[in-house]
Write a protein that binds this ligand. Structure first.
Ligand SMILES: Nc1ncnc2c1ncn2[C@@H]1O[C@H](COP(=O)(O)OP(=O)(O)OP(=O)(O)O)[C@@H](O)[C@H]1O
Length: 245
């Protein structure tokens, strides 16, 4: 796909003939230097933005050809979002925040209570269901946002720098939970990150540069080996300068 921003002299080609595939059940990371087009790609894949040319196919459905009404349904039923600023509603309890995507559907699912229990267990939120977001740590809030993203049993979860505002202990914890969501619930995850440690929890990293596919690294051995391969690729992509973050 291709994505252009702006007009005439101000034209920016954010994505340049970028094409790749994600298999069902994968936990894929997207990395690349600043300005490479990661957010643009995520927004297009997440159906928040449209490509200038090309298409996005999810589970056999061409999302770029859907009407607004079809898209709204598709987003609600098939996709989950975990963005950095959480977007939790302060006046709702943790439980109400988690349940929000379900209460937006015409009819509550029959297994509503069971789903709340299940996702709270996976994300370690059982004891916190009656609290308000302001009474939680940042890491706990991010877990509530993750629980909300998976409550509808989406096919695909998009995560944008999910560990960006977490300290390393909270980041590690969230990444363990995301891995669990991926494995136990069989939900495909696509995550944009700058951070090699965060990326090392994925099973494949697609590197993009200047809006185009650059390379990919797949996890074979241990997470530490994968981490090292990611660092090496970061050095290659930036022309020999490693940025240790
Ligand atoms: N709304 C916009 N209008 C014009 N140009 C844009 C717009 N959004 C992004 N761009 C440009 O498109 C290119 C890709 O931006 P994008 O935000 O996707 O990169 P990124 O890889 O997410 O960067 P970062 O890691 O810094 O967040 C950049 O050159 C950016 O300046």
């Amino acid at each position: 796909m291709t994505k252009m921003y702006g007009h005439r002299q101000n034209r920016v080609q954010a994505l340049n003939d970028l094409s790749f595939k994600i298999d069902e059940g994968e936990f894929v990371g997207i990395m690349g230097p600043s300005g490479a087009g990661k957010s643009t790609l995520l927004n297009i894949m997440a159906t928040i933005d449209q490509p200038t040319s090309g298409k996005v196919v999810v589970g056999g459905q061409d999302v770029t050809a859907m009407s607004d009404a079809e898209l709204a349904n598709f987003r609600r039923e098939e996709l989950g979002f975990i963005f950095q600023d959480f977007n939790l509603l302060d006046n709702l309890t943790v439980k109400e925040n988690i349940a929000l995507p379900l209460t937006l559907t015409p009819k509550l699912p029959a297994d509503f209570d069971q789903r709340i229990v299940q996702v709270s267990e996976i994300l370690g939120l059982n004891e916190l269901l009656n609290r308000y977001p302001s009474e939680l740590s940042i890491g706990q809030r991010q877990r509530v946002a993750s629980a909300r993203a998976m409550i509808t049993k989406p096919k695909l979860i998009f995560a944008d720098e999910p560990t960006g505002s977490l300290d390393s202990a909270a980041a590690t914890e969230l990444l363990r939970y995301l891995t669990e969501i991926n494995l136990q619930e069989d939900i495909t995850i696509m995550m944009v990150t700058h951070d090699a440690f965060t990326a090392s929890y994925c099973n494949r990293i697609v590197f993009i540069k200047d809006g185009a596919y650059f390379a990919e690294v797949t996890k074979h051995g241990s997470r530490q080996q994968f981490f090292n391969s990611i660092i090496d690729m970061e050095a290659t992509i930036s022309g020999g300068h490693t940025h240790v973050r």
